[in-house]
Ligand binder design. Structure first.
Ligand code: GLU
Length: 487
C-alpha cells in the first residue's frame, strides 16, 4: 500500500509546537515509507481562520524543511487543498449520507435535549437520538414549517474498536458516543464531516494526530463505514494518537505558554534541525542512550509503533541543549551563512553588507563559531566590531562593577599605555604586551587583569577571546575605547 499521510492544521492563531511535532511525525513516517505527505488547510471555520495564521504555518514548514508532496503551492491530484474551496464535495457527501439513511435531520433544540436528559436522569451527555426515526411525513411537515434542523450521523449500536498505532487497542462503547451533527443548521459543514470526507477523497492511509482528537476517532470510524457504503471512501485509515505535550507544572502545554509558539524559535535563532530534533523527542527516541540525531537519521529509523503513548514533557533547557549540539556540528562557514539574516535583522550588519564588514566577519567568525548555541548569539558577541563608533556603549552594570572601580581604572590606564607601543598590531603582540604590563608588572591574576579591558573595548564581560578581539577591532578603535573608559 502506498502510504499517504497528512497534516491538516486549522489556521487559527500562532502555530503551536504540538502542531509541528504532529507535522514532523507524519512527514518522517511518509519519508520512511517512501509515501506521500499531504498538507491540507482546514479553514472551514471562517470566523477563526486568518490569512496571517496560514502564512505563519506555511513559512514555518518551509523554514523547517518539512516539504509536502501535495498541498498549498504544490497542487496535487486530490485538490483543492483548502477546505474553504471544497464546499460542493461536502454538500454532495451530506446529501448522499442523508439519502442513504446514514444521517438524519434533527429538529431538537439544545434546551429540549437537555430537558429530556434531566427528566430521564440519564448520565450520558449529548444527543439522545430523539429524531432518529422520524417518518418522512413528519420531516416534510417540519421542513414546511421552516423548523431549523441539523444533519446527524446515525451511530451504530455496540462498540467501536481500533488498533491504535501508538496506544494499542482502543474501544469505545457507542452508547457513550451520541449521534453527532455533521453540519450547522445553515448548512455549513463541520469538522466532524469535512475531516473524514477529505481523508477519504485524499486516500489518506494513516491518520497520525494529537491525543486530544482521540475521542473523535470512534465517530470518524463510524462515518468512514457510511462513506464506504455510499462509495466515497475506499477504506478506513489506520489511526495513531501522539501523546500530549505537557508544560510547566505538568499541565498541557497551552497557547498561553511562551515556549509553545513555534515561530519564536526561529526568531530566537534556533536551527530548524535543532528544533525538529527536540520535537522528535516528544514521544519518540532513536535509541535509549542517544538524543542528538539528524533528520535523515530520524527518517531512516522512524517507526510510529515506537512512539511512547505517555505524556511528553516540554523542557526548554533540553531544547536549547539539543540545538547547541547541532550548532556545534556546523562548520564556521555554515554558521556564518545562517547567522547572516539575523545579523542584518538585528542591525549588527547593514543590508547589503559592505565588503569591509564582510571581510571582518569572516576573520571574526572562527573565534565565535564554537561559542554560540543559537544563531542570534553571533550578533551578541560581534556587535562591538561593527557598531559605528559614536553608537558604541558599554553595558552600564558591567562598567560600574569592572571598569569604574579604582583597580579597574588602573588596569585600563596600564593597558592603554602598553598597547600604545604594540607593533605590529597582532593578537600575539597584544597578548605579550598585556601579560607583561598587567600580570607581570602589576601582579594581577589574568581574570582580574583582562576583565576591565574586555568590558572597555567590547562593551561587556562576555566576548570573543580578548587579544583577537583587540586585533580585529584595530589599534585606533581599541585605544580610543580604552581612553573613553578612563573616568
Ligand atoms: N484541523 C484539525 C486540527 O488542527 C486536524 C485534526 C486531524 O488531524 O484530524 O486539530
Amino acid at each position: 500500500m502506498n502510504v499517504r499521510v497528512r497534516m491538516a492544521p486549522s489556521p487559527t492563531g500562532s502555530p503551536h509546537v504540538g502542531m509541528i511535532r504532529t507535522a514532523l511525525f507524519n512527514w518522517a513516517f511518509a519519508r520512511h515509507h517512501g509515501g506521500t505527505f499531504v498538507f491540507r488547510i482546514e479553514d472551514t471555520d471562517k470566523e477563526r481562520s486568518t490569512r496571517e495564521s496560514l502564512d505563519a504555518i506555511i513559512d514555518l514548514m518551509r523554514w523547517l524543511g518539512l516539504d509536502w508532496d501535495e498541498g498549498p503551492g504544490v497542487g496535487g491530484p486530490y485538490g483543492p487543498y483548502f477546505q474553504s474551496e471544497r464546499g460542493e464535495l461536502y454538500a454532495d457527501a451530506l446529501a448522499r449520507l442523508l439519502e442513504a439513511g446514514h444521517a438524519y435531520p434533527c429538529f431538537c433544540t439544545n434546551d429540549e435535549v437537555e430537558a429530556r436528559r434531566k427528566a430521564s436522569g440519564s448520565k450520558v451527555m449529548g444527543y439522545d437520538g430523539f429524531c432518529r426515526n422520524l417518518d418522512a411525513e413528519t420531516i416534510a411537515a417540519y421542513n414546511a414549517e421552516g423548523r431549523p434542523s441539523v444533519p446527524r450521523l446515525r451511530m451504530p449500536d455496540g462498540s467501536i474498536t481500533w488498533n491504535d498505532l501508538v496506544r494499542g487497542e482502543v474501544t469505545f462503547e457507542t452508547k457513550f458516543v451520541p449521534d453527532y451533527a455533521l453540519a450547522r443548521a445553515n448548512g455549513d459543514p463541520l469538522y466532524t464531516l469535512v475531516n473524514p470526507v477529505d481523508d477519504a477523497y485524499m486516500k489518506i492511509t494513516h491518520v497520525l494526530r494529537g491525543e486530544d482528537l482521540l475521542s473523535s476517532t470512534p465517530r470518524q470510524i463510524a462515518l468512514y463505514a457510511a462513506l464506504q457504503d455510499i462509495g466515497i471512501a475506499e477504506f478506513t485509515p489506520e489511526f495513531g494518537h501522539l501523546p500530549y505535550v505537557m508544560g510547566e507544572g505538568n499541565k498541557k502545554l497551552s497557547k498561553r505558554d511562551p515556549e509553545a509558539h513555534a515561530l519564536a524559535y526561529r526568531d530566537q535563532g534556533f536551527l530548524p534541525e535543532g528544533l525538529l530534533n527536540y520535537l522528535a523527542l516528544l514521544g519518540w527516541a532513536i535509541a535509549a542512550d542517544r538524543d542528538v540525531f539528524s533528520l535523515e537519521e530520524m527518517v531512516d529509523a522512524f517507526d510510529i509503533r515506537d512512539v511512547n503513548p505517555n505524556p511528553a514533557r516540554f523542557d526548554l533547557k533540553k531544547c536549547e541543549a539539543i540545538n547547541a549540539s547541532h550548532m556545534h556540528r556546523l562548520s564556521t562557514e555554515e554558521i556564518t551563512r545562517r547567522a547572516l539574516p539575523y545579523l542584518k535583522r538585528d542591525g549588527v550588519l547593514t543590508d547589503p553588507v559592505s565588503p569591509a564588514d564582510q571581510q571582518l566577519l569572516e576573520l571574526a567568525m572562527p573565534f565565535v563559531a564554537e561559542r554560540v548555541n543559537k544563531l542570534t548569539e553571533v550578533g551578541d558577541l560581534l556587535r562591538f566590531l561593527f557598531v559605528p563608533e559614536q553608537d558604541f556603549v558599554v553595558d552600564p552594570a558591567d562598567k560600574e562593577k569592572v571598569v569604574d572601580t579604582e583597580d579597574g581604572q588602573a588596569v585600563v590606564q596600564a593597558a592603554y599605555d602598553a598597547l600604545l607601543r604594540v607593533e605590529p598590531w597582532s593578537a600575539a603582540r597584544i597578548n605579550d604586551a598585556l601579560q607583561e604590563a598587567l600580570v607581570e608588572e602589576m601582579g594581577l591574576k589574568p581574570r582580574v587583569a583582562f576583565g576591565p579591558v574586555r568590558v572597555a573595548v567590547t562593551g561587556k564581560r562576555v566576548s570573543p577571546p580578548l587579544f583577537e578581539s583587540l586585533e580585529l577591532l584595530g589599534r585606533e578603535r581599541s585605544l580610543s575605547r580604552l581612553q573613553a573608559a578612563l573616568g
